[in-house]
Design a binder for this molecule. Structure first.
Ligand code: ADP
Length: 317
């Protein structure tokens, strides 16, 4: 059993202490290999039996769409895709809406939505030296070390495996080519959805983001209205997504959603994460999707791009 395999059996604090030893050094080949072994344990039950769609999801999803068509019940029912073991990844700049669309697809397809940003924030809410060092990185808009993120993700995948989860939609991972290589070494990703939004809108969307401190729901107070310049660049309107009265007084803003930090996160995306797009493009797994506007318009177009379009399905999510 590997070093990483062993530590994953101990208490979580031990894992974090072990991670802290190699926290601030770059991933060498040896580190990559040990991280891969660690990851394999978490992914072993689902990776080899992947039945999710390839870049042309139509092939597998047509059958599932037919199943949905047959189901005449109008009451909420489990996803017709449940158990189909999708292994999808969402890529895209901060503020693009990865969380929003990944979470909707997760409900529709019946697979867990795993956002590494959420895992990091949960971890940082605990106290301790490591937590405060990492908090500093996150609050400056920097990425946390690969070792740390892989440890968190492995732990989340193992917990899911114990609960019988199969498949996932990853949001915010991989964010470096090293992470993508490690992931590729241990599992087969079917599809990578690269969400894109005009740059003018990204900063405003991050600054307008609000979270309900009680239920965790996401809202956005920004109203984005960008004038169209020509046919290639039409008007873009994204209305605010306002909270219901019961969340209104409990809204908080993420500490890393300030103008300076968002600009740094965008810079890091362009330098460090954008090469991940090319990594998947070369492998024929990247689906580029330019968001045309707000959720209603974008969601139906995204479903169409994924060959998932169906009125009943849209209503489910
Ligand atoms: P964003 O809105 O920038 O996409 P996230 O909520 O996904 O933000 O992530 C918040 C922070 O968590 C990141 O800025 C980074 O510090 C850390 N983080 C999340 N995922 C990763 C990852 N895969 N690798 C390294 N750091 C990550």
């Amino acid at each position: 059993m590997t070093h990483w395999g062993r530590i994953s059996n101990r208490k979580h604090t031990t894992t974090i202490m072990a991670v802290s030893h190699c926290l601030f050094r770059p991933a060498t080949t040896t580190v990559k290999n040990t991280l891969s072994s660690f990851f394999i344990r978490s992914l072993s039950s689902s990776s080899s039996s992947s039945s999710g769609p390839s870049l042309d999801p139509k092939i597998d999803l047509e059958e599932a769409a037919a199943q949905l068509e047959k189901s005449s019940s109008s009451s909420p029912s489990p996803s017709p895709y449940k158990g189909r073991n999708f292994h999808w990844v969402f890529l895209g700049c901060p503020g693009v809406g990865k969380g929003t669309y990944a979470s909707r697809l997760s409900s529709l397809l019946g697979v867990p939505h795993i956002a590494t940003g959420d895992l990091v924030r949960d971890e940082l809410s605990s106290s301790g030296l490591l937590s405060s060092q990492l908090k500093e990185l996150v609050n400056q808009g920097k990425l946390v070390p690969d070792e740390f993120i892989i440890s968190l993700l492995s732990k989340r995948l193992e917990a899911g495996k114990e609960k019988g989860e199969s498949g996932y939609i990853l949001d915010g991972f991989p964010r470096t080519v090293t992470q993508a290589e490690i992931l590729e070494g241990v599992t087969n990703i079917d599809l990578v959805i690269n969400l894109k939004l005009r740059e003018e809108a990204l900063l405003a969307k991050c600054l307008g983001r609000r979270i309900c401190s009680e239920c965790g729901a996401n809202y956005n107070v920004a109203c984005i209205d960008i004038k169209g310049e020509n046919e290639d660049s039409p008007r873009m309107y994204m209305p605010p997504l306002l909270p219901p009265p019961n969340c209104e007084s409990k809204l908080i803003t993420r500490a890393d959603d300030t103008e300076e930090v968002v600009k740094e996160r965008l810079r890091i995306y362009n330098t460090t994460t954008q090469p991940v797009e090319e990594f998947y493009r070369k492998r024929g797994k990247l689906l580029e999707f330019e968001l045309p506007g707000g959720i209603p318009e974008s969601w139906s177009k995204l479903l169409r791009a994924l060959h998932l379009e169906n009125d009943k399905q849209s209503a489910i999510a």
